[in-house]
Design a protein around this ligand. Structure first.
Ligand SMILES: NC(=O)c1ccc[n+]([C@@H]2O[C@H](COP(=O)([O-])OP(=O)(O)OC[C@H]3O[C@@H](n4cnc5c(N)ncnc54)[C@H](OP(=O)(O)O)[C@@H]3O)[C@@H](O)[C@H]2O)c1
Length: 359
């Protein structure tokens, strides 16, 4: 019987996913590097099976999986720790989900498209708040305006909290290249190279460009799309500050020894496995994803806003929904897929609503 394996189960997001799966009546195999923490989590979630695996021993990760299983990995930062889980899924013939928000890692997963097709599996990267809501908002807007050739997608968070794992992943991204979709092709673009305003819940809000999954996923599903931009909402001065900072870090990144020094220093200071926002804080957090699509003349053709719950709660719920839907036979294809391509617009809309994201 195929099973769901949750790797990184004892981390902040992993625990939330374990709870979300249990609430759906699905017991995943809880996998991680620490046997004691896994045993404690298994007791808390009603006695699930556990398995020890560490990314420094790739064979231990491969041993978690059999053909047809569904792996959810939250072992991040993904640029540092992500590849063994991806490789294990491809080698085992297991479907793969991850919670990454790191653009260069997303690109790595999409680079495995051919391998995934040959293995008859789906690779679903960035299947959390980064970047399911924007894919869905853009697909809904493109359904209303099939002649649109450009999508601008913005993510906005009110009252955000961050986990240690998120901060570690953000730090690891500082010296990395970003990208964008231009003329139907992925091209390099610095983080925050573009800053623009969106209308969000009746207010104008500023956002800076980031590398997302939409650039890859939307281009696959909507070949008419020539340009896609993904933005993260930030207070105006912070957005412009990030643009200035990214100019400096891009210059540093060109000098490999200096980049290494910077990365090593950040790794020491910014650590994962340190928890995240408490339930009461998450209950206050609100999120929005906005997609504006426009035609070749630059005219806005449709706009869709989705409003949702806290990013960690959404990530846990949508990953639980996605893994369960794959096990139940709801997957529409194989390869490295975007969320709309994997499940179809109607089914994904319903899954997102279950996870607290609505138009
Ligand atoms: N984009 C989004 O919307 C979104 C939302 C949530 C999370 N995320 C991302 O998901 C990742 C996890 O976030 P988090 O908040 O759960 O962080 P976290 O609490 O730091 O969790 C990281 C997990 O990785 C495990 N790990 C670290 N090194 C390992 C190794 N060598 N072998 C096996 N496991 C190892 C940790 O194990 P221990 O438990 O034993 O320490 C922990 O379970 C981060 O990259 C974060 O950015 C993204």
């Amino acid at each position: 019987m195929p099973k769901i394996v949750l790797f990184g189960a004892t981390g902040y997001t992993g625990r939330l996913i374990a709870q979300a799966l249990t609430a759906r009546g699905t017991a995943p195999v809880l996998a991680g590097r620490n046997a004691d923490s896994l045993a404690q989590l298994a007791t808390e979630t009603g006695g699930a099976d556990t398995a020890v695996a560490d990314v420094t021993d790739p064979a231990s990760v491969r041993a978690l999986l059999g053909r047809g299983d569904v792996l959810i990995s939250t072992v991040g930062p993904f640029l540092r720790y992500g590849k063994p889980a991806l490789a294990a899924a491809v080698a085992a013939g297991a479907h793969y989900f991850d919670s990454t928000g790191e653009g260069p890692f997303i690109r790595t997963v999409f680079d495995h498209d051919d391998e995934a097709r040959r293995a008859d599996i789906a690779l679903l990267t960035a299947f959390g708040f980064d970047y399911v809501p924007g894919n869905l908002a853009a697909a809904l807007a493109l359904a209303e305006a099939p002649d649109a050739v450009r999508a601008d997608i913005g993510y906005f968070i009110a009252d955000p909290g961050t986990s240690g794992g998120t901060r570690a992943s953000m730090a690891g991204m500082l010296f990395e290249d970003g990208f964008a979709l231009r003329d139907g092709r992925i091209v390099p673009q610095r983080t925050a190279a573009r800053v623009r305003d969106f209308e969000v819940a009746g207010r104008s809000r500023t956002a800076a460009s980031v590398p997302g999954s939409e650039h890859f996923a939307l281009a696959r599903s909507y070949p008419q799309l020539r340009e896609a931009n993904v933005y993260l909402g930030l207070p105006g001065p912070a957005a412009h500050g990030l643009r200035a900072t990214s100019l400096i870090t891009a210059a540093i990144a060109r000098v490999e020894p200096v980049k290494k020094l910077g990365e090593t220093a950040l790794t020491r200071v910014v650590k994962g496995s340190t928890g995240g926002p408490a339930p009461a804080a998450r209950a206050r957090t609100r999120t929005w994803a906005v997609a504006d699509v426009s035609d070749a003349a630059g005219r806005n053709r449709a706009s869709v806003t989705l409003a949702g719950v806290d990013p960690y709660d959404f990530t846990a719920a949508i990953l639980a929904w996605g893994a369960r839907t794959v096990l139940d036979g709801g997957l529409l294809g194989t390869g490295a897929l975007g969320p709309v391509e994997a499940f179809g617009l109607d089914r994904l809309t319903a899954g997102a609503a279950e996870a607290g994201l609505n138009r």
